[in-house]
Design a protein around this ligand. Structure first.
Ligand code: PAF
Length: 279
């Protein structure tokens, strides 16, 4: 396994790859868990060389304290990556990526960026677009893999690739869950014991909402979820929305030809958790 923290050395190494071999890329912010490993395993099915980046991207954090507290576990991450036979790890410094100006570029993603996470996390998707585009330019993969837990991010990256004519296949991979249903996330390690025990309520509730959606209107389902969380003493609902899977626009009425997904963001104490479910 090769580990690089500078662009020049990484690119020099990647340039020695044979023409008939292709690169599969899994961008991460580290604090790796089984969910990340499942992306790597998926990438290994289609690509010859797997590159994983570990970079806590400052421009996608809307709150400075969240950036400071984001878990950083490089030593453990590298051990985990060895277990799945990852080929190349790229762990750049902030300076290597941004130089003197830690700033994001402004993007338009045809309105996808104004929904859900975009409403609650100012500038978040400009930060994501900036870093993913930059990493794509550096690594030049054939295929790139992202988890569906950040479904809005996945749709935005697909849109960016389409709008900027970037020749990379972007694949979304199913949410990986703990045994109790909690969606795996690097942030889960920051939950208190009490909040960790409470957190599976999120998936339980959206699974019930999915059942209700078969017979009830979106508004009724949304109100039902809101009521459930109002009664919960440890979890605070930020949003629960039902949206068209493609446009991410929230809906008032169901249309049988369209695909929908429910999206949720919840505070478990200080920790913000997101999840979603196909309806
Ligand atoms: O999903 C993440 O971990 C990050 O948003 C990403 C895609 C690695 C960009 O920093």
């Amino acid at each position: 396994m090769f580990v690089f923290n500078n662009i020049k050395n990484l690119q020099q190494h990647l340039s020695s790859i044979n023409d008939d071999e292709n690169i599969g890329f899994v961008p991460t912010m580290g604090a790796l868990h089984e969910g990340h490993l499942s992306l790597i395993k998926r990438a290994q099915k289609k690509s010859d060389i797997i590159v994983v980046s570990i970079f806590v991207n400052p421009t996608q954090f809307d709150k400075p304290e969240d950036l400071v507290k984001y878990p950083r576990t490089l030593e453990n991450d590298l051990k985990l990556l060895e277990t799945v036979n990852c080929d190349v790890i790229f762990t750049p410094t902030v300076d290597e990526i941004y130089g003197d100006t830690i700033q994001s570029t402004s993007f338009t993603f045809d309105g996808l960026e104004h929904q859900m996470e975009g409403k609650f996390r100012d500038g978040h998707f400009d930060g994501v677009g900036t870093i993913v585009k930059r990493l794509f330019e550096i690594v030049k993969p054939t295929n790139a893999y992202f988890g569906e837990k950040d479904f809005q991010q996945l749709q935005i990256i697909k849109k960016m690739v389409e709008k900027h004519k970037i020749l990379i296949n972007v694949t979304g991979c199913e949410i990986f869950r703990e045994n109790d249903g909690l969606a795996m996330s690097s942030r889960n390690t920051r939950l208190t014991k009490e909040h960790r025990l409470a957190a599976p309520f999120i998936y339980k509730t959206i699974k019930k909402a999915k059942k209700k959606f078969k017979k009830k209107s979106p508004k009724k389902v949304i109100n039902w979820v809101k009521k459930k969380f109002k009664k919960h003493s440890l979890l605070e609902l930020e949003y629960f929305e039902i949206a068209d899977e493609k446009t991410l626009q929230t809906i008032e009425k169901k249309d049988s030809d369209k695909k929908y997904r429910a999206f949720i963001a919840v505070f478990a104490g200080e920790i913000r958790l997101i999840d979603n479910i196909k309806l």
